[in-house]
Design a protein around this ligand. Structure first.
Ligand SMILES: [Mn+2]
Length: 575
């Protein structure tokens, strides 16, 4: 009897283990709730696109390679030894990231498969349009540039890869000349093509040159310091095959500029902007998350992040490529994103397509034209934004006097394509993503304690720093705070933030999250600044910084702020 009980227990144990193993294999840490794949996503055939196979069954060259073990394999971080500090410093100065470490890592290294488990179970059409992958570079380091090319060739089904078009924007590094040509000839059965400009044209023009020199049905742009991840290509091409007016962005994973560690990023985000044209990302709204059919489904996005996207080549030409009147870099993602949406296309982020990108520490070279970005912004505003351009000029007054140059052909293009208004874009595409600064400011100026003549002062500190208290100088600058419609006080992207409720708590700067919470302040009729969730008041001290204390009647809690007359501005909102 006892023996039998023991056996039953043993069997039960095995069964439970099996269930647990099954759960983790199939559901991973995201849980099983969201695993329901749309039946079309696991079908063996698509009504429009024909035969479908599982994403893991597409043949890619990397499958025949022995997985290289070594520095940085599986996307692990590689540390710089103390004795190599000088090499590292030199690399940063030359390339803006730790090229010294990159050189130690295999061009064929393995990286973490960062996709949601559901992505690995999906089927994709066998036959998809071929892509020309365009990579623009200027004095890029050898290993980062070539690791981009290797990863594309290694992880793409060959029958979907038309070519890799490398556009050299007038580099002067010797190894990027003959050596690069000889090397790339041997890659991927000669599908790498190098196009060189005769003068420095900048990223925007160089990308258009790449598209002009491509022959694939799709052009797919990558930065020159990327790593394409497993199964990255079919999910992008499928969306374009279904609708040639859809442009798609892969989910951009994060490669650390110091250690080259590969880290996953949230795939359920939408790109957007504020009225200073800073690019912003916002999560998919919870109510939209709940409506989603399955975790592999695309996310509609108002604005692309920048350099990584795919588009039907002919459609890109119809849209006039990038505005040829734009210079160098900056604003091009707005031009293309607005144009896409307003002129009958759409833009999507694709959760199942992952590409790592090295975010530079700094840009290591200078551009010959310092005001390029301002000119580009002005062109976008004048061509595409209608009356909403005033919002941009309000928040970025330096744009007002910029000469955009001749925009007549762009205006004609917009007319020819019968593009929709920016109002339509704001209401139907960007709607909830452009928030506080869309509204007029409650105030923009100093926050002054009249008893002491001390003003809140950022002391030039950004997010993470403490807020100071200095003699009022009346020069705006570090003492100018924008009091927004969301009741936050900001300087650019940093907001006053109180995270502790005890008396004497300090005020810090924190990246504005526009969710109120720790960043919400009410300015009362008694001139007090009340932090809403702690109900404490901003209080002046003689210690060089303000503190939060329970609100009482005392001069240290009186603040003078010049509020805007909003009755005048709110009418403008209806424009
Ligand atoms: Mn980049």
């Amino acid at each position: 009897m006892r023996f039998r009980l023991k056996r039953t227990c043993k069997c039960l144990g095995i069964l439970v283990t099996c269930i647990i193993v099954y759960f983790f294999v199939n559901c991973g840490f995201e849980g099983c709730g969201k695993q329901q794949l749309d039946p079309i996503h696991v079908a063996k055939s698509h009504p429009k696109l024909g035969k479908m196979i599982n994403i893991e069954d597409f043949w890619t060259p990397v499958k025949t390679k022995i997985v290289p073990d070594g520095a940085g394999s599986n996307g692990q971080p590689v540390q710089t030894a103390p004795e190599n500090q000088q090499d590292k410093d030199r690399a940063y100065a030359e390339y803006g990231f730790n090229q010294y470490i990159s050189d130690k890592i295999s061009l064929d290294r393995t990286i973490k498969d960062t996709r949601h488990n559901a992505c690995k179970k999906r089927t994709y059409p066998w036959s998809l349009p071929k892509a020309s992958v365009v990579i623009v570079f200027h004095n890029e380091g050898w290993s980062t540039l070539l690791r981009t090319v290797h990863s594309v060739i290694n992880r793409s089904p060959p029958h979907m890869l038309q070519e890799v078009v490398m556009v050299d924007d007038f580099s002067n590094k010797e190894f990027l000349k003959e050596k690069l040509e000889d090397y790339t000839k041997k890659l991927g059965n000669g599908i790498v093509k190098i196009v060189r400009t005769n003068e420095r044209v900048g990223l925007i023009k160089a990308r258009s040159i790449g598209a002009i020199n491509s022959v694939g049905e799709v052009v797919l742009f990558l930065d020159a310091h990327c790593e394409a991840n497993v199964g990255w290509l079919p999910p992008l091409l499928e969306r374009i095959a279904l609708d040639r007016r859809t442009a798609v962005c892969p989910t951009i994973d994060f490669i650390d500029h110091n250690t080259f560690e590969y880290k996953p990023m949230d795939p359920y985000i939408r790109g957007t902007f504020n009225w200073r044209f800073d690019y912003k990302e916002r999560p998919v709204r919870p109510e939209d998350m709940r409506k989603r059919k399955d975790p592999t489904q695309e996310v509609k996005s108002p604005v692309m992040a920048g350099g990584l996207f795919a588009i039907n080549r002919e459609f890109f030409h119809e849209l006039g490529l990038y505005d040829p009147g734009m210079f160098i870099w900056g604003g091009e993602q707005y031009e293309l994103s607005f144009k896409l949406w307003q002129c009958g296309g759409q833009l999507e982020n694709i959760p199942c397509s992952r590409v790592g990108h090295v975010y530079r520490h700094h840009v290591p070279y200078s551009y010959p034209k310092a005001d390029a970005t301002l000119i580009n912004f002005k062109r976008v505003a004048e061509v595409w934004m209608d009356e909403y351009k005033e919002w941009l000029y309000d928040k970025k007054p330096e744009l007002k006097n910029v000469d955009p140059g001749d925009i007549s052909d762009r205006v004609a293009l917009r007319k020819k394509l019968k593009c929709k208004s920016f109002k339509w874009y704001m209401e139907n595409v960007a709607n909830d993503t452009v928030r506080s600064i869309y509204e007029p400011l409650r105030a923009n100026g100093p926050i002054r304690n009249p008893g002491t003549n001390l003003c809140l002062d950022s002391l030039g500190r950004k997010a993470g720093g403490e807020v100071g208290l200095m003699n009022c100088h009346g020069m705006m600058g570090n003492q100018a705070f924008q009091y927004t419609f969301l009741d936050e006080f900001r300087q650019d992207e940093a907001c006053l933030d109180v995270s502790q409720s005890h008396s004497g708590a300090k005020i810090t700067f924190y990246g504005c999250h526009e969710m109120r919470g720790n960043q919400e302040f009410k300015y009362t009729s008694k001139k007090k600044l009340v932090h809403v969730i702690t109900n404490n008041c901003v209080t002046a001290t003689n210690r060089g910084y303000p503190v939060m204390e329970p609100c009482v009647d005392k001069p240290e809690q009186i603040w003078e702020i010049t509020l805007n007359d909003l009755s005048k501005i709110t009418t403008k909102k209806k424009a």
